[in-house]
Design a protein around this ligand. Sequence first.
Ligand SMILES: [Zn+2]
Length: 253
Amino acid sequence: MINLLGRIAVLRSTPAAPEPCVIDVGGRDVRVMFKRNARCKRMIIRVAKDGSGLVMTLPKRTSQIEALRFANTSKSWILKNLSERMPIQRFENGAVVPFRGTLHTIMCPGGKRGLVQHDLSANLIIVPGDTAHIHRRLTDFLKKQAKQELIAASQIYASAMGVQFTALTVRDQNSRWGSCSAQRALSYSWRLILAPTFVLDYVAAHEVAHIAEMNHGPRFWRLVLSHCKNAKAARHWLRHEGRDLHRYGVRAS
Ligand SMILES: [Zn+2]
């Protein structure tokens, strides 16, 4: 009885686990969830069962700052263990990466720096210039392409739905494909350019629809489905294939 009471007292005085956060590991956004275990003597870090990020178990008094400092010193371990579940494909000569849903080979002929080119017929993405800069140059190219496509798609849906957005940004976000703020600012993951066009299109329709309906209620879905005929297929695609897009273009650490 005394033991049990003692244990309850220990549990009661254990502070709540910190809120989840996202950290940068080798240019990749990695979601970190925290758990608190009063009996745990040191921090434990592991890959989440679904491979979606990390789970850190913290002793009673460890703060989030200490936990993140620890994660920071474990970056190579994290990258290795995350990539065992999801083999990373870096941007390098000969690598095969999806672009608008079709696999393309990255070709780096070397030589003078020039524009990155997309050869549709041969499924090639040609990145001229110094091979040391392939990662940055190709990422810049893909972000630019993503932004162009997402602006075009968002504008089409905005005028069809009779709404307007105030800003549009493209970035690398691990946890979601897009978001819409109360100020009507749209934000998307650049990795959508790797997915088939109907998927990028659906994410744009989804976020633009949030300008009219800031929820996922029946009216929201009616609006999305009435303007985007591939919504169901795209949601299915994202659920099953979406995570795979995070394998690509992870910066060498
Ligand atoms: Zn939504």
